[in-house]
Design a protein around this ligand. Sequence first.
Ligand SMILES: [Zn+2]
Length: 281
Amino acid sequence: MTSAFRSTRRPTRSAAGSDSDSGSDSVPILAFHAVERGPGPLCFPPERFAALVARLRRRGVVALTAGDAARRLANGDPLPERPVVFTFDDAYVSVHDQALPILADAGYPGTVFAVTGRLGGINDWDPPGSAGHGLCVMSAVQLVALHQAGWEIGGHSHNHRRLVGLSEPEVRREIASSSEYLQTLLGCPVPCFAYPFGEMSPMVRRVAAESHDACFAIGAACAGRHSPADAIERVEAWYLRTSWSVEHLHSGVGTAHLAARRVSRRVGRQVRRFTAAVHQR
Ligand SMILES: [Zn+2]
């Protein structure tokens, strides 16, 4: 871990006086990818994104960057009554073109996790024919523009390879080259990292945590005071397309609903894979 987040952990409950509020000790960290028309869950339509942001704004929700939220959770510092974090993996051009102005209008910051070896290129890590393949990745200039607009830039590896299954030196190279590139480009430390594909192993977690204060996974739960700093849970934003999900985002019932949706999607995927395998026999 780098030094920026290091602090003696305080008791779980904050001294903010809002302990009884369910939002004060946990943060929904939303994981988006592209904000453009296309197949979900990778693509989130811009008009729906604008509606989601407007709804959160009306509810008095306060947005933090991923690093700020992780720092407050780790240090026991107070959180807003209704916090949220907008994160965007892969740094697609549509995040610069669509999400940036929508969030700026709301006064919300965002966090983008960049694949440094693909800046100005395309998603070529997802297989041809899949939803993500061919999506345009923003340039280094656009990434700097986000940073100058108050966004946080985090690492997402250099080539978006599946880190689980690589040797430790390869994992180290993938993570270090991304981190060094961003630090040179932005001229500041880069304390946050998101695992490519949300996949991690104990070795991958250890290596990522050596050079980052906060490492983010994908799940269906809000991040809390006890979230491990090297595997902080995020909520797949695709599940927030309905107004019901948004209204219940800061309640236990909403989190349970998201978890159920994620499990049913995973089971559905397994069934489809199994069925395809049977048909190939
Ligand atoms: Zn990714």
